[in-house]
Design a protein around this ligand. Structure first.
Ligand SMILES: NC(=O)c1ccc[n+]([C@@H]2O[C@H](COP(=O)([O-])OP(=O)(O)OC[C@H]3O[C@@H](n4cnc5c(N)ncnc54)[C@H](OP(=O)(O)O)[C@@H]3O)[C@@H](O)[C@H]2O)c1
Length: 232
């Protein structure tokens, strides 16, 4: 029996959500791809199954320990233990409002970067301080909100090689951050507990700095790595 938590990816048909789904499904998590359009979710799940196994099967069952399902965003949120939000910032509030009830008592991992096109190389934080703090205000205290993966380009996620960028994890409680650090590890990356939700301003803002560096120096999906780790 699969005892790992079920993960719903809200907006899982996009670039970042698909990459995260690929990594977690590969390591045995039950992942539900969510979308506004169930058919789009279904074709994304089928695409990932093909990537993972070579042949999509009608029950979406890859092996006794690997599952990938699809649903509309609300149904996905209702059937999961952990919700992961991967939608553009313009859709952040409306999407959160649509799953607010289903999210109660659960962890919501917010991957959103509050980019305001066209100036995506400039840090432009919302009045709440960060997208994650805004999410907590919308969802209420019954939902643990954790910020993660903002600095990981989707290009790394679908690649087989290891990701050369660490993941800073901020969140509304230490316990929730710890659970998300497990997900970071399962996805093949090094995660760091980067403190309370108020610190999300740095993590989310860093993405605009990385996009600026990519443009300025012609870098390919730049990232960060934490140093100073004591030798064992
Ligand atoms: N791309 C990256 O490398 C990267 C890296 C780090 C963080 N992020 C952040 O992760 C989030 C997702 O990025 P992405 O590149 O994956 O975005 P994306 O591919 O443009 O969109 C993701 C999904 O969001 C849904 N969506 C789009 N517009 C919407 C709307 N107006 N209302 C509701 N849902 C809408 C769509 O799903 P349906 O049409 O199926 O509903 C879409 O497939 C963003 O906040 C981004 O800043 C991205």
């Amino acid at each position: 029996m699969n005892t790992l938590p079920t993960i719903a990816i809200i907006g899982g048909t996009g670039k970042e959500g698909k990459g995260l789904a690929f990594r977690w499904a590969k390591t045995g998590y039950h992942v539900i791809i969510g979308s506004r359009t169930p058919e789009k979710a279904r074709s994304t799940a089928a695409e990932l199954i093909t990537l993972l196994s070579g042949t999509p099967d009608s029950s979406m069952l890859l092996s006794p320990t690997v599952y990938l399902d699809s649903a509309d965003n609300l149904t996905a949120a209702q059937h999961a233990d952990i919700l992961v939000l991967t939608v553009p910032y313009a859709a952040h509030r409306s999407t959160l409002e649509s799953i607010r009830e289903a999210a109660q008592g659960k962890i919501l991992v917010d991957v959103t970067v509050p980019l305001v096109p066209p100036k995506v190389t400039k840090v432009q934080m919302p009045p709440s301080g960060s997208a994650a703090q805004e999410a907590r205000e919308i969802l209420g205290e019954g939902v643990e909100v954790v910020d993660a993966f903002q600095n990981i380009s989707y290009e790394h996620l679908l690649a087989e090689k290891s990701v050369e960028c660490d993941v800073l994890v901020t969140g509304s409680s230490k316990e929730a951050r710890q659970q998300v650090l497990e997900l970071v590890k399962a996805a093949g990356m090094t995660g760091w507990d980067a403190g309370p939700l108020e610190n999300s301003v740095v993590v989310e803002g860093l993405t605009s700095v990385l996009i600026h560096l990519n443009k300025q120096y012609g870098l390919r999906s730049s990232g960060i790595r934490i140093i100073g780790i004591p030798a064992e």
